[in-house]
Design a protein around this ligand. Structure first.
Ligand SMILES: [Zn+2]
Length: 279
């Protein structure tokens, strides 16, 4: 649509179903932070030529986003907040919801420490939730048996049983030898999403590093050269971060079991790229 039309939205904004209530103080800034992260996500998806589309755009699973806030606590009424007034960050059938409080640094850091996560970032939420989207788009009903072999059986235990067990018992102590994160051990779908998010982390960091002239970021397109380049850039940035205080960028070791999962995703993404270009 021609420039200047009120109803034309950019490639990124056309995916928005619900935006934050801009009448609430602070929400304009929160929304800006969410959109900045979302734009970085789409840049990486397009770099990988991963398919995505909205309703009516000839894609099996249309993608959309809602950025929502919890209903204000009890709004002056003497009652507890009902469960439907709480917004859960998550993905369902192509629809990604992100709670806008994740855009508050203090709130997000508190959650990160509470949940014992090495990172908790807005861009990380987008990369994780889009991982669930690509499970629905590329794996569901198409490649489930291979996914089961790599990530485990997503039907057994059920997601709700796995969730309950995780919140009661936490991650197994040996999770670093089998999973990219503690949360990935919760259920095969979370493992897929967490590993997918890490794959996007690598692609995005290396792309930016190359554009910033870091020759260590060069790789030949194979997974192992990508892992090597990410390790080299990651260790250098870790040291720079330790000089100034931010969290480490990269972990030191990728367990062989995690490399196998990344190898599956590497192939899945390349095949998706090839099939999206087929006539
Ligand atoms: Zn998830």
């Amino acid at each position: 649509m021609a420039e200047g039309h009120a109803d034309s939205l950019c490639d990124c904004c056309r995916y928005n179903d619900v935006i934050p209530d801009l009448g609430t103080p602070g929400n304009r800034e929160r929304w800006a932070a969410l959109e900045a992260a979302k734009r970085r996500l789409f840049h990486t998806l397009d770099l990988l030529k991963l398919p995505h589309g909205t309703e009516g755009e000839n894609i099996r699973v249309p993608l959309s986003f809602s950025f929502m806030a919890d209903a204000l606590p009890d709004q002056g009424l003497w009652r507890s907040t009902a469960s439907q007034e709480k917004v859960y960050t998550g993905h369902a059938n192509g629809h990604i919801t992100i709670n806008v409080k994740e855009a508050d640094d203090v709130e997000r850091e508190r959650l990160r420490v509470d949940m014992n996560e090495s990172h908790r970032t807005l861009i990380g939420h987008f990369r994780h939730e889009i991982g669930h989207y690509y499970w629905d788009l590329l794996v569901k009903g198409q490649d489930e048996s291979t996914s089961c072999r790599v990530f485990g059986d997503h039907n057994n235990p059920t997601y709700s049983d796995a969730l309950e067990q995780y919140y009661q018992q936490g991650a197994p102590t040996d999770w670093p030898t089998r999973f990219i994160s503690a949360y990935a051990s919760m259920h095969p779908w979370e493992d897929f999403a967490e590993t997918f998010a890490f794959y996007l982390d690598m692609v995005a960091v290396l792309d930016t590093a190359l554009h910033m002239g870091l020759s260590r970021a060069e790789y030949d397109g194979t997974l192992d050269s990508m892992l090597r380049a990410f390790h080299q850039v990651g260790m250098a940035v870790n040291e720079l971060n330790r000089e100034m205080g931010p969290l480490d960028l990269a972990r030191g070791v990728i367990a062989p079991a995690v490399r196998e999962k990344l190898a599956y995703l590497h192939e899945l993404i390349q095949n998706a790229n090839a099939s999206s270009q087929a006539p």
